[in-house]
Design a binder for this molecule. Structure first.
Ligand code: ATR
Length: 269
């Protein structure tokens, strides 16, 4: 009876249990497998994770604020997780804790087409930004980075410049919004109703035929998404990223292809 869980703090709001349990049922694994949410404070995280294999857990998702700690305690990690500096997926197997980062692959899978050869702009310099920058550069996009605190954008750019890719991009302060085929908002702006056009270097009337990814998700489309869609941009929202990263995690744990439509429906219910 393998158990799975998402570890976060707080985690009660997480849509992952509904999404993953629906997926497990659709795969015919609902009798044996289960997925729950576990709230764990940062100081208890490492001990909690180390106890999980003996409690029947086959793996776990890890969310804010534990992603760096998850990588740090793992015995082995994927190249992506190591270079990003964070893990959102753990596997307990052969007496080991293995760390993966499916936020990166989830972003790429959520895009309408490959970002190879495109110019992309990532807004933000936190953990979500690092996964997005690494994913896009690894896929062959030139990625510029803007952050409210510009020194953080510079630091993340330099740190991720160690990866061997054809093109890099730069940390930027002045933005020509129309120059990017892809814009990814990883900042928290909009989460609490802030006006994105007051806090981000974007203009409401500055969108065109681009792809906008807004990782912020609430109960309806974000202000940023609506402005971009109205201008003809293709919008990818935070729930689609949640679904795609969850699908990749599920594939790692079960070895089965994830039922994306079932997961989408459950995440949006
Ligand atoms: P995560 O790991 O989820 O990406 P984080 O490390 O807390 O979270 O980063 C939050 C991001 O949102 C940061 O890039 C932050 O900018 P700063 O580095 O300048 O703090 C950004 N952010 C939060 N509130 C913001 C605001 N009102 N305007 C602009 N950026 C904001």
């Amino acid at each position: 009876m393998p158990r799975l869980a998402v570890l976060g703090h707080p985690v009660a709001h997480s849509r992952s249990p509904a999404m993953q349990n629906a997926a497990l049922a659709a795969l015919g694994l609902g009798e044996g497998w289960s997925y729950e949410a576990i709230d764990v404070a940062p100081e208890d995280f490492a001990a909690r994770v180390r106890a999980m294999p003996a409690e029947g857990f086959a793996g776990a998702n890890v969310t804010v604020p534990h992603k760096a700690a998850a990588l740090a305690l793992a015995d082995a990690a994927s190249e992506g997780a190591r270079q990003i500096g964070a893990a959102n997926t753990l596997v307990f197997a052969d007496g080991q804790i293995q760390a993966h980062n499916t936020d990166a692959g989830g972003l790429i899978a959520a895009l309408p087409s490959s970002p190879r050869g495109t110019r992309a702009l990532v807004l933000g310099a936190g953990g979500a930004a690092r996964a997005a920058i690494w994913a896009l550069r690894t896929e062959g996009a030139a990625v510029d980075i803007w952050n409210r605190t510009s020194a953080r954008a510079e630091a993340v750019h330099l740190e991720l410049s160690g990866i061997e890719v054809e093109v890099q991009g730069a940390a930027v302060t002045a933005i020509d919004q129309s120059a990017y085929e892809l814009i990814v908002n990883t900042t928290a702006v909009g989460l609490h109703g802030e006006d994105p056009f007051a806090h981000l270097p974007l203009r409401r009337d500055g969108f065109g035929k681009q792809v906008l990814v807004d990782m912020v998700y609430g109960d309806g489309p974000s202000t940023l998404s609506m402005a971009a869609a109205a201008a003809g941009a293709t919008v990818v929202d935070g729930l689609e990223i949640l679904v795609q990263q969850g699908a990749l995690s599920l594939q790692i744990w079960t070895g089965q292809e994830a039922p994306l439509d079932v997961m989408r429906a459950a995440a949006r219910a």
